[in-house]
Design a protein around this ligand. Structure first.
Ligand code: FAD
Length: 472
């Protein structure tokens, strides 16, 4: 009933306020009639959600919860998108490392609505930096003072930069480059030695134009966090979230169709939306598109492209290669070890077993992701897994000389071509809108999440904004 007032005016029932009867006036039977008429009206108005990652799932939960008739179409054979999982020895693991932060309020609220709060657990999380042949923990001011790769004066400047980044306002930072901002705050030498390798690790040679607002958000993501540096995981892994969400959607009457790739999304000559899949053409009252932006740009038909008010169809995306190692021993106590120096073929060693219970990964099993952000045109996207494993493992052994091949239980390589936009200055103005065609085609995708960090939480926030725009 809560969303009754947001129904379309012409075809829906009268606004809630005008019809709400007090219980002593027979309100119960009045509400029943309204619900029935609402359901009849909505059944003829199906929304087709394209994409079954967290954006599609969160949109479907919100829309179906508001009484809309929803069909969700996913191209792969599993829900979950970048949070999808695979099986190993009777357990499931994410293809790409995933965890939650205490500041992920909207995501945590969604999980709570699915009854999953008791399953989430939190563990302290630490960061380290591999430089000058050593591993330096970097979690406290004292750690920074001991950070030998930087001259002492630069350590102070880097520390003050972090402090200022948390105190200053974000005003004007979308139009300023991170390079200029951090160079101004930390000095050229500290920028080149400390910040630049981390920026390059994420965006390669396209780091030059990344807006300072992108970096500022990272400084501030955990600000004011009473739990300190902790990260969260869920018992049973992200599979648990995905399966619980799918179960709730089915309870709400949502039709979920897997393995149906959208080949085209367009408007017909009357301006009504339709999609084309291997099953043929399918009409819908509304489309809600959650595909990654470059994929969406590829399948958008000519009428939709012309009708949609989009500032920039050409937003490019960064991809990622994750080489996952199941090890019989731990590497470090740190969740994240940054390896930005060029001698390493990967940018980070992400030891997710620092955050997870043995019941979720297996007794004595340690889980390490070697991660490298790359554009999808990079040859490493097409390289056989073995050609990734050999040099990457050899580089890992340079960091951990006592690590042996016999410590590896299994290795898997996963690649994602579309992870997040290659941000450029002024990105706020390039961000695609929630409404592509009023009343007909809507968008909830990663390209809109900025300046919030690309994450499940960011996608849940965006899903809320888009569904609100739909229900207006
Ligand atoms: C290495 C890595 C680590 C990460 N770590 C974290 C983390 O720790 N915490 C966190 O919160 N987030 C993390 N993220 C980010 C998070 O995974 C994403 O922000 C989020 O999953 C994006 O969700 P989405 O639904 O918008 O997009 P996606 O997950 O990309 O989902 C899009 C869906 O659309 C489907 N699709 C695409 N094309 C078509 C088509 N033509 N037809 C039909 N379906 C189609 C895809 O199969 C997919 O299921 C990480 C991401 C990566 C890559």
């Amino acid at each position: 009933m809560a969303h009754l007032e947001t129904l379309p005016r012409r075809r829906g029932p009268p606004p809630l306020q005008q019809n709400r009867a007090r219980p002593d006036e027979g309100g119960r039977s009045t509400r029943l009639t309204l619900d029935q008429s609402r359901s009849r009206c909505l059944n003829s108005e199906r929304t087709l959600i394209l994409g079954g990652g967290i954006s599609g799932l969160a949109c479907a939960l919100r829309l179906a919860g508001a009484g809309r008739k929803v069909t969700l179409v996913e191209g792969s054979d599993r829900l979950g998108g970048l949070g999808a999982f695979f099986e190993h020895e009777g357990r499931t693991f994410e293809k790409f490392y995933h965890c939650m932060l205490p500041s992920d309020g909207p995501l945590l609220a969604l999980l709570d609505s699915l009854g999953l709060t008791p399953e989430i657990y939190w563990k302290p999380s630490t960061f380290a930096y591999a430089g000058a042949g050593r591993i330096f923990p970097l979690n406290t001011p004292l750690d920074l003072l001991r950070f030998a790769p930087l001259p002492f004066a630069d350590r102070i400047r880097v520390g003050l930069t972090g402090l200022w980044g948390r105190l200053c306002s974000d005003k004007g930072l979308d139009d300023l480059s991170t390079v200029d901002w951090l160079t101004r705050l930390s000095g050229r030498r500290a920028f080149e030695t400390f910040w630049k390798p981390m920026l390059e690790a994420k965006f390669g040679d396209r780091h030059q134009d990344v807006p300072a607002l992108w970096f500022w958000t990272r400084f501030n993501r955990e600000k004011g966090e009473s739990k300190g540096e902790v990260k969260g995981y869920i018992r049973g892994g992200y599979k648990r979230i995905i399966e619980r969400a799918a179960e709730r959607l089915r309870e709400l009457g949502v039709e979920i169709r897997l393995g149906e790739s959208i080949q085209s999304a367009d408007l017909d000559e009357n301006g009504s939306p339709f999609v084309i899949t291997a099953r043929g053409r399918e009409d819908a009252a509304r489309l809600l598109i959650t595909l990654p932006w470059p994929g969406l740009a590829q399948v958008t038909g000519p009428r939709l492209r012309q009708a949609a008010q989009v500032p920039d169809w050409g937003i490019d995306f960064q991809g990622v290669v994750n080489h996952l190692l199941f090890l019989k021993r731990p590497l470090t106590p740190h969740y994240w070890l940054a390896t930005p120096e060029s001698q390493f073929p990967f940018d980070g060693v992400v030891e997710t077993s620092a955050l997870t219970d043995e019941s979720d990964r297996g007794t004595g099993r340690h889980v390490v992701y070697l991660t490298k952000y790359l554009h999808r045109d990079d040859p490493r996207f097409a390289q056989p897994a073995e050609e990734i494993h050999r040099p990457w493992f050899a580089a890992l052994q340079r960091l951990f000389p006592d690590l042996a091949e016999s410590d590896v239980e299994a290795a898997h390589t996963f690649r994602a071509p579309y992870v997040e936009p290659v941000y450029t200055r002024g990105f706020l103005k390039r961000r695609p809108p929630e409404v592509l065609v009023p009343g007909k085609v809507f968008l909830a995708t990663t390209a809109q999440v900025y300046p919030v960090v690309t994450s499940w939480n960011g996608s849940v926030i965006q899903a809320g904004r888009t569904v609100d725009a739909m229900l207006l």
